[in-house]
Design a protein around this ligand. Structure first.
Ligand SMILES: C[S@@+](CC[C@H](N)C(=O)[O-])C[C@H]1O[C@@H](n2cnc3c(N)ncnc32)[C@H](O)[C@@H]1O
Length: 319
């Protein structure tokens, strides 16, 4: 592995200590929770990729179709010489699509799932020999620094997949402000937003018939076992998801099938049958509310592309 292949922004040991404490704090709260970022060990990243292929999961194909339909306008709005920086790049499938459109000088993928990202970036090398490709392992939910040698000029921060919906509005605004701080006057943000829609379509997307989303949700327990040394047994838990209309968000939970005692070195938590662990929120913002959020974060100008059903929007935002 060359130095260029090595992900930077490394998973330092103290980051794992912070992660352990964060997980234990979540598990021992009255209403237990696990942050959705812990879905993404390598298995979780593979399962997410499988979710993007199930028929019920419309966001990935709808967002890619919006990018394809409006490719010329998107390319014109970006222009040449760009440094493309994707937050939560995953398998880099959307970065590949965007690189074909805008031909950036460099692509920097950032993700918490470091090995998976690394493999995705490696597999881009043959298709994009002229683009400098970099992998950065980092946790977006905490402040992180981009490597100092990434030029500030002409940055396009790319945050697709409506991943911003995993943050509550206050934290979403903070993350958007952090993105804004990475961009100068010649840069922009390109962000994908899942819009409110028919509840049946929303709920099906997070509970597919093949059970891939259920497997993805349950996999977080194996990852948590690895990170804190706990003894979760996945068959004691059920995948639950539903649309919470008053918060305009899909919620995912894991529900104890029976009374369960979960132990880890130095602690334990008992769950009564039916008790839940909250594992994900996915906020669905009406377009005008999201544009207000962008302006509060310092993005005054926006340009929006959407699909014919207005299910998903891709927004270019700049100061
Ligand atoms: C829903 S997937 C989206 C992947 C891809 N961008 C797409 O649109 O298909 C979310 C991605 O963000 C990454 N991720 C989630 N939480 C993160 C965090 N706190 N810090 C860094 N990456 C994170 C996951 O590993 C995963 O690759």
């Amino acid at each position: 592995m060359s130095l260029r292949d090595k992900p930077t922004g490394v998973k330092a040991p103290d980051m794992s200590v912070n992660q352990q404490q964060e997980i234990i704090d979540g598990l021992t709260r009255e209403n237990a929770s696990i942050s959705p970022k812990y879905f993404y060990d390598t298995r979780g990243s593979e399962l997410f990729e499988a979710i993007t292929r199930v028929p019920e999961y419309y966001p990935t194909r709808t967002e890619l179709a919006v990018m394809q339909t409006h490719s010329r306008a998107i390319a014109q709005s970006v222009g040449p010489g760009t440094t493309l920086i994707e937050f939560g790049a995953g398998n880099c499938a959307k970065a590949r699509a965007l690189c074909r459109l805008i031909d950036p000088v460099r692509f920097v993928g950032i993700d918490i799932s470091a090995d998976y990202l690394q493999d995705a970036i490696k597999s881009m090398r043959s298709e994009f020999p002229g683009i400098e490709l970099r992998a950065v392992a980092a946790d977006l939910s905490h402040g992180f620094e981009l490597p100092a040698d990434i030029p500030r000029a002409k940055r396009l921060v790319f945050y697709p997949g409506s991943s911003i919906g995993n943050f509550d509005p206050e934290h979403a605004r903070e993350l958007l402000e952090r993105m804004r701080s990475l961009i100068d006057g010649d840069g922009a943000l390109l962000i994908g937003i899942d819009l409110p829609k028919d509840v049946a379509a929303l709920e099906a997307a997070y509970d597919d018939a093949a059970g891939v989303t259920a497997a993805f949700n349950l996999n977080v327990l194996a990852h948590v076992n690895l990170l804190i040394g706990s003894n979760f047994i996945s068959c004691q838990w059920l995948h639950r998801s539903f649309f919470n209309a008053s918060e305009s968000r899909i919620e995912m939970h894991l529900e104890a099938v029976t009374d369960v005692l979960v132990c880890w070195p130095g602690g334990e938590r008992s769950f009564a049958a039916g008790e839940r662990i909250h594992t994900e929120n996915s906020y669905k913002y009406p377009l005008d509310k999201f544009i207000t959020l962008l302006s509060l974060a310092g993005f005054a100008k926006t340009q929006t592309w959407t699909d014919e059903h207005h299910w998903f929007a891709v927004i270019r935002a700049c100061a």
